[in-house]
Ligand binder design. Sequence first.
Ligand code: AMP
Length: 178
Amino acid sequence: MQTDYLDLLRTAIRDVPDFPQEGILFKDITPVLADPYLMKLAIDGMIEPFADLKVDKVVGIDARGFIFGSMIAQRLNAGFVPVRKKGKLPWKTAGVDYSLEYGTNRVEMHVDAIQPGEKVLLADDLLATGGTAGAALHLILGAGAELLGSTFFIELGFLDGRAKLASTGPVHALLTFG
Ligand code: AMP
């Protein structure tokens, strides 16, 4: 994607210091969500390396990953699968505990959400330490899927979350900070 498009997106992201706790510089993507042109650029850019692949399911991570993931799924003519925080899914789940930039958490996925051998793409808004995406990938691989890779709108490069995902296929991030 052209640098000027990336600059438009980069400029639209609002930095919120000390949210949700001191020391975290929160990347607020709501100005991008509010603008259909910017949102189209974001989805185009997140899809780019995977656009020619046959994708069966896109997995999105609770909660902003649902927004990006479901739009990507529609564009790729794939199904959407939510990976949710503990206790939110109504049916039988598989779960993984993980640590993130602020606190700890557990993510869960329905046991029948992905069939063995299905081609799966993971999507989330932001890659920080890689704990959340790593846990989601564990669930995807545990379901017997063929992982095509992961795509993020933003990567916080200084946290090197990418290293945690290195063994699980290509990692694409549209914008890198730090
Ligand atoms: P991590 O597991 O550390 O890679 O954290 C990634 C998850 O936490 C993503 O789902 C993000 O939505 C959220 N997150 C972590 N750090 C930030 C940040 N600085 N700004 C916005 N969201 C963040």
